[in-house]
Design a protein around this ligand. Structure first.
Ligand SMILES: Nc1ncnc2c1ncn2[C@@H]1O[C@H](COP(=O)(O)OP(=O)(O)O)[C@@H](O)[C@H]1O
Ligand SMILES: [Mg+2]
Length: 240
């Protein structure tokens, strides 16, 4: 494990839904420049963790630090301004608007029109699938195309931290490969640190530097991909 600075640091986080506790004493660190995966079965609390980081679920206890600043009580829009972005096919997509409009709305933090035009052009080059569909309503895109739209939004905004909540869910294997290739490229060529939340263990560990296993709201294991594979924890039935 390297001693690089933590970009995101979650310490002893607890959350609940009403009176039902959900996250229990969750701590993890995502280092600058890293792809870090959170693995866990359906219902383990992965999306709850994403929502807590972006400020859509309240922290009952514990702290969330981003770029050495305590953001635990910061409203969601401020966290986005600070450079945290969630890319998920369902989040922030307006189905009745065109692909182009979706991309422009997603880039509302970029005030400089020239820069925005440049970034849009770059995105069209990198996501040819979308370039052909700019005037199509986002709601008519396939699952894979909607994921590409979410990735293109991230590409345009270039957030310091990109959080992807199950990008591979429901996609054909060939599209999943393409999605993971793009995730890697965003990390390597665009200097984005990435938090990947997945059930697709093999693919996500394949692109990750480090990983955490979450089960019933608790982190039960952490390590680099080799350590996770060697631990045998993935054979555990709770992971499926
Ligand atoms: N808004 C909510 N109100 C009550 N319970 C919820 C809510 N959202 C999620 N849960 C419950 O919290 C648990 C964890 O959900 P979630 O974080 O979405 O898991 P994952 O993303 O790992 O599948 C599940 O049991 C789920 O039913
Ligand atoms: Mg989820």
């Amino acid at each position: 494990m390297s001693e690089q600075t933590a970009l995101l640091e979650v310490n002893n986080l607890y959350t609940s839904y009403g009176r039902i506790p959900m996250l229990l004493d969750v701590s993890f660190r995502l280092r600058e420049g890293e792809i870090c995966t959170i693995l866990g079965a359906n219902g383990a609390g992965k999306t709850t963790l994403v929502k807590a980081i972006i400020g859509m679920v309240k922290a009952d206890q514990g702290t969330i630090q981003f770029q050495d600043e305590d953001i635990t009580s910061m409203p969601t829009h401020k966290r986005i301004e600070k450079g945290i972005q969630v890319a998920a096919a369902e989040v922030g997509t307006f189905p009745k608007m065109t692909v182009e409009k979706n991309l422009r709305l997603g880039a509302y933090n970029i005030k400089d029109q020239k820069l925005l035009s440049e970034r849009l052009e770059e995105a069209y080059e990198s996501f040819p699938v979308l370039k052909d569909r700019l005037q199509q309503k986002a709601g008519t895109l396939s699952g894979g195309e909607r994921t590409m739209l979410a990735l293109a939004r991230a590409y345009i905004n270039k957030p310091a931290l990109l959080i992807m909540d199950e990008p591979s869910l429901g996609l054909a294997p060939i599209v999943v490969d393409e999605v993971f290739r793009i995730v890697r490229r965003l990390n390597q060529e665009n200097d984005m640190s990435i938090m990947l939340v997945e059930q697709n263990v093999v693919k996500s560990l394949g692109v990750s530097d480090y990983g955490y296993i979450i089960q019933k709201g608790q982190i039960i294991f952490q390590g680099d991909p080799d350590q996770i594979h060697e631990s045998g924890i993935l054979d555990n039935p709770v992971m499926s």
